[in-house]
Design a protein around this ligand. Structure first.
Ligand code: NAP
Length: 291
């Protein structure tokens, strides 16, 4: 068996095209474009690249992008005051504060300031609670992108055994909540898990969000498993994921590559979340459609 390579780049391009169509319809109905505000503090090179590409993608989708670049020594109260202004701004549907923040700032306190209905990253505890209890809210972009890829690959996920390796608030936990809501039988594995190979070996779906290059071995996988690799690790030869891709290929039924798998889905889902927020704020129905 050689695994099918799941083309996240192509799927994300289709999703972005659909979002652009929906964004045009929203602008027509609401009399204004949907708007996403991105806040960047300091000069971190990677964050700067992310913010620029998010702004470009926002404009390409026909939405308004508002970029706020603050100096690295901005005070906590100044940053909080900016978020409060964005909360009150009717042209802003989504607010994203690019992480990580400089060490002197309290990131949790800043994120708590964001209006949960404009929290397009889905990191606010109110949105984590909504996801856990099945209420409509903002779902974190990366896990939502993983879910879309899995549903595209497998159709109905109900009854499947899924293992999520990693329990972070931004990937592992919301991923497990989404898979639970999709009626999978979910195991969350982490650094204290005993017999990780045995746990992974029972899974029809493996989502790896560990942050360790080539960590999940091909021999650990159940033959025919579908593998979603969230990891982004820079090693001497370039970018690799958390799964030993070459070793997984002959065992898995399908797998996302790194790069070109989950990564492109994150921005596409951010645009989709902004549009969802815009529709809710305008009291308009949002039609999800299919990418
Ligand atoms: P994180 O906060 O560092 O969490 C890593 C998780 O992996 C933790 O829960 C940790 O367990 C677990 N872990 C560490 N070593 C382990 C081991 N030996 N066995 C089992 N579990 C182990 O990382 P994250 O923010 O979730 O990100 C994970 C990866 O995804 C990173 O490579 C990151 O760059 C990538 N990422 C990609 C995107 C994207 O757009 N594609 C978005 C976000 C993140 P403990 O809780 O026990 O410590």
């Amino acid at each position: 068996m050689t695994a099918r390579i799941i083309d996240g780049k192509a799927f994300a391009a289709r999703l972005r095209a659909r979002v652009a169509t929906q964004a045009a319809a929203f602008a027509e109905a609401a009399g204004r474009p949907a708007g996403l505000a991105v806040v960047l503090v300091g000069e971190d090179a990677a964050s700067s690249v992310y913010v620029r590409s998010k702004g470009k993608a926002t404009r390409e989708a026909g939405m308004a992008g508002f970029e706020h670049r603050l100096s690295a020594d901005v005070r906590q109260d100044e940053l909080v005051a900016l978020v409060e202004r964005l909360n009150a701004d009717p042209a802003v549907d989504g607010i994203l504060v690019q992480l990580p923040l400089p060490a002197h700032l309290d990131a949790d306190a800043v994120l708590l300031t964001i209006d949960p209905d404009k929290d397009v990253d889905g990191f606010h505890p109110v949105n984590a609670g909504r996801l856990a209890t099945g209420l409509p809210g903002m779902v974190p972009c990366t896990p939502y992108g993983c879910l879309l890829l899995l549903q595209d690959e497998l159709g109905d996920l109900s009854g499947l055994d899924a293992v999520v390796v990693g329990r972070s608030n931004i990937v592992g936990k919301p991923m497990a909540a989404l898979l639970t809501a999709a009626s999978c039988t979910v195991t969350i594995a982490h650094s204290r898990t005993r017999d990780l190979p045995g746990v992974i070996g029972r899974a029809d779906i493996v989502v790896a969000a560990v942050g360790r290059a080539n960590f999940v071995q091909g021999a650990w996988l159940k033959p025919g498993a579908v593998v979603i690799d969230v990891g982004i690790n820079r090693i001497d030869s370039g970018l690799v994921g958390d799964v030993d891709f070459a070793a997984a290929l002959p065992v898995a039924a399908a797998i996302t590559p790194v790069p070109g798998g989950v990564g492109p889905m994150t921005i596409a889902c951010l645009l989709r979340n902004t549009l969802v927020a815009a529709h809710r704020r305008a009291g308009l129905a949002f039609d999800e459609g299919r990418a």
